[in-house]
Design a protein around this ligand. Structure first.
Ligand code: GLN
Length: 485
């Protein structure tokens, strides 16, 4: 098997036994990027020279006690790394190539664990989207069918992992951006509890919703990466002080006696039959493993996506204010005055989706409308959280679809932003409640595209979610399938 196709655990074994060197492993990923990325456009910045230097250093030290020592990975283009251009795939930062003078907590922790950053992956501009089509670098294509999108906004990371351009990748999930592209590309990705991973040094979209998480080739790898990045961070006051459990130890394969909820609101009339069947088949797998399936209701589910598309733009309108062309961002020549300068820096620098959200958010937060939209959405958010809290009194985890369909074709939602927003219907409720949720492969549709199963847990319940996902993955047999590229 080619080295780039290895999982973290497999590569670690070989590195530890000195069967391969870290330089060989890294070169294998870099060559793979050179070979296949022309068709995918997943990688927007290649940090190859630095990666090879680090690989040689790790080889010469020869210490492979950390499971991530010498493992090459890619980070979504919103993670700041000292000296590495980071643009959120927006012309507002690209035109001057913003180079951060510091590391995000997550990339810093990965570096401390020995992982090697080999570059940056494509995303929708400032992570706003579900298809990686709003990037200033152009669309990322799905390795399973390059006429289709890889999903978004972490579409670059998903395509890169699916195509074996790296061993794992980092994404962000504000409203589904880890889980949806993972499902579209046939890999696994986790959105942890809000506050479980640090957002420090990751460019914000909506600060009360943004989460940081890994995208991997299997659940065991997810557990390994999450272990390295999770935990309180003095640089991010919203991280929780809860101790981080041993996630790999949780992967016992045993779900006997567990109660798994099936929420009726996720299975409305008219839904895609293949998607429904894939979740029902997963429920059967769990029954065979000795778990009990419990029908439950999460009554406020339908309000989650509308709520998200009020709250997210409100926070966007505030977070995007810093890109004024002076501290950061696109510079303007020959401005007539300061206001003209700001105006032009932002009109020229931002794309349409970012502008749309700034306008919606500014409107919803304005004096006359704050109570009608923002406050109301916050109240509904509380109701959605309560639905989950109530459900978790009787079940351990909840299973549901990830997406309403398989990866759509490039351009399918180009002229219809609301159709794009509706891609998130199964992904917004967990965001409103701040609970952990992951996507794990659960088969293929008739069009040969991958399908994902969503597994959600209670707040801080990553351990349980990972355990259930791992047990499923091992018996369902869909992990490790590769696209023919
Ligand atoms: N599709 C959602 C949006 O457009 C999710 C984005 C995200 O999670 N970053 O906002």
């Amino acid at each position: 098997m080619s080295l780039h196709a290895l999982t973290i655990t497999e590569a670690h074994e070989k590195l530890r036994k000195k069967e391969i060197s870290c330089e060989e492993l890294t070169r294998s990923c870099l060559e793979r990027i050179e070979k296949v990325d022309g068709a995918l456009n997943a990688v927007v910045y290649r940090n190859f020279d630095r990666a090879l230097l680090e690989a040689k250093k790790i080889d010469s030290e020869g210490k492979f006690s950390s499971p991530l020592a010498g493992i090459p990975y890619l980070a979504k283009d919103v993670y700041c790394e000292e000296g590495v251009p980071t643009t959120a795939c927006s012309n507002v930062l690209r035109s001057k190539d913003y180079v951060p003078p510091f590391d995000s907590t997550t990339t810093k922790r990965l570096k401390a664990a020995g992982a090697i950053s080999i570059g940056k992956t494509n995303t929708d501009e400032f992570t706003m989207g579900a298809s990686t089509e709003t990037s200033c670098y152009g669309v990322t294509r799905n390795p399973w069918d390059t006429k289709r999108v890889a999903g978004g906004s972490s579409g670059g990371s998903a395509a890169a992992v699916a195509a074996d351009e790296c061993i794992f990748a980092l994404g962000t999930d504000t409203g589904g951006s880890i889980r949806q592209p993972a499902a579209f590309c046939g890999l696994t990705g986790i959105r942890p509890t809000y506050g479980r991973t640090s957002r420090y040094g990751v460019m914000s979209m909506a600060s009360s919703l943004d989460t940081i998480g890994p995208m991997c080739k299997n659940v065991e790898d997810l557990a390994i990466v999450l272990q390295a990045i999770a935990g309180a961070d003095p640089l991010d006051g919203t991280t929780g002080k809860k101790p981080v459990p041993d996630y790999t130890k949780a992967l016992t394969g045993n779900v006997k006696g567990m109660k798994i909820g099936l929420p009726k609101e996720y299975f409305a009339d008219g839904m895609n039959e293949e998607i429904r069947a894939s979740v029902m088949n997963a429920a059967d797998v769990f029954k065979k493993l000795g778990a009990t399936i419990v029908d439950i209701s999460l009554p406020h589910t339908a309000y989650a996506t509308p709520c998200y598309y009020v709250l997210c733009p409100c926070e966007v309108s505030s977070n995007m204010a810093r890109y004024d062309g002076i501290r950061y961002g696109h510079t303007v020549k020959n401005a007539e005055n300061l206001v003209d300068y700001y105006h032009r820096a932002r009109s020229e620098g931002f794309g349409n989706e970012v502008k749309r959200r700034i306008m919606i958010g500014t409107y919803a937060l304005s004096a006359g409308y704050y109570d009608a939209y923002y406050r109301q959405a916050q109240k509904v958010r509380t109701l959605i959280s309560r639905d989950f809290a109530e459900a978790y009194k009787t079940v351990d985890v909840i299973i549901a679809p990830v997406t309403p369909g398989t990866a759509f074709t490039v351009g399918a939602h180009e002229s219809d932003p609301v159709a794009m927003y509706l891609e998130d219907i199964f992904l917004s409720p967990q965001v409103m409640a701040g609970i952990p949720a992951l996507s794990v492969p659960c088969g293929f549709a008739k069009n040969s595209m991958p399908l994902g199963l969503q597994i959600m847990g209670p707040q801080w319940g990553e351990e349980t979610v990972l355990r259930v996902a791992d047990a499923y993955e091992k018996s369902a047999g869909f992990a490790g399938k590769k696209p023919a590229l």
